[in-house]
Design a protein around this ligand. Structure first.
Ligand SMILES: [Zn+2]
Length: 309
């Protein structure tokens, strides 16, 4: 039972055939072209579709899982795009399941990441141009009725904070996303390297102990810790896994984040959670999409001894 995993990002599409043991058999990646639908078709042609039993897709959001549509923020020509129907037409007869990209990252980390024993309750967070998340409870991704569970980027961390593009005040994303961090740092006197006012340059300056860059990461760590602990209090989270472009800063983010979690955690059960970087990096979403397809094919087996073991 080999499934096809598809990862739809804002700038690239990836796909792989994945066997039930979790091996990526063939992996292909393409930059999103001028015509994203043509890119998708080319991707499926390149990865090959013989012998597949199902398809799992993780897509940049928002997604409407019941309708099978996606509206990735960075792909303007796809608004309410019927992704599930389109892939179903390209691969007739195969079941197609869809979830958000961060949900797939979390599921991929639970399944194939380095967390042994596996978490009973895992929270995955992608800190990048936005902040996404996903929750896996007892090996089952909790997606929610509309497929949007885990939107940790839109948890309020500051009721007096900035207006978020979503319409709410003080969302985590207004503090912790890469562009938000850069905006704050520039407004507070950061002398960014010419032409590169981005989160990567900010992380480099934080490592060089530039005070404003360090404060930007501290501010992000404090906000992330508040959102992590809020989520952990609701779901009794064991493990938090962080990925995405901002998290590529490694210990520059993780060390202040772990310290902030330790400082802010009140209740005893919150003190046991661990915070670690993604162990699968850019393939976490593909593994998660594959897991989605495998569990969809055998939902009654998905809890303890199913195809995901
Ligand atoms: Zn928001």
């Amino acid at each position: 039972m080999t499934v096809l995993a598809i990862d739809i990002g804002g700038t690239k599409f990836a796909a792989a055939a994945v066997d039930p043991g979790g091996t990526l058999v063939r992996r292909v990646e393409l930059p999103v072209g001028a015509d994203p639908t043509a890119t998708l078709t080319e991707l499926l042609d390149e990865v090959g579709t013989a012998g597949l039993t199902g398809v799992g897709i993780g897509s940049a959001g928002p997604v409407d899982a019941p309708a099978g549509t996606v509206s990735p923020v960075n792909i303007p020509s796809w608004r309410d795009f019927p992704l599930v129907t389109t892939v179903g037409r390209l691969l007739p007869g195969l079941p197609v399941v869809l979830a958000g990209d961060a949900q797939c990252m979390a599921l991929g980390e639970w399944w194939r990441g380095s967390h042994v024993p596996r978490s009973r309750a895992l929270l995955g967070i992608v800190v990048s141009t936005g902040v996404g998340g996903g929750i896996v409870l007892d090996g089952v991704p909790y997606l929610g009725p509309t497929g949007n569970a885990g939107h940790i980027g839109h948890i309020t961390v500051d009721r007096d904070g900035e207006l978020c593009p979503c319409g709410a005040l003080g969302c985590l994303e207004t503090v912790a996303s890469g562009p938000s961090m850069v905006r704050w740092a520039l407004a507070n006197g950061w002398a960014a390297p010419a032409g590169h006012p981005d989160a990567k340059a900010l992380a480099a300056d934080a490592r060089r102990a530039v005070p404003v860059a360090q404060r930007a990461f501290q501010r992000t760590a404090d906000a992330l810790a508040a959102a992590v602990l809020t989520t952990a209090a609701l779901f009794d989270i064991d493990d938090v896994v962080i990925g995405g472009g901002v998290a590529a800063a490694g210990e520059t983010l993780l060390t202040p984040l772990r310290q902030a979690v330790a400082k802010q955690a009140g209740l005893g059960f919150l003190r046991r959670l661990t915070v670690s970087p993604t162990s699968l990096e850019r393939d976490a979403g593909l593994y998660g999409a594959a897991a989605l397809a495998l569990t969809a094919a055998a939902p009654d087996l998905s809890r303890q001894k199913g195809p995901l073991g």
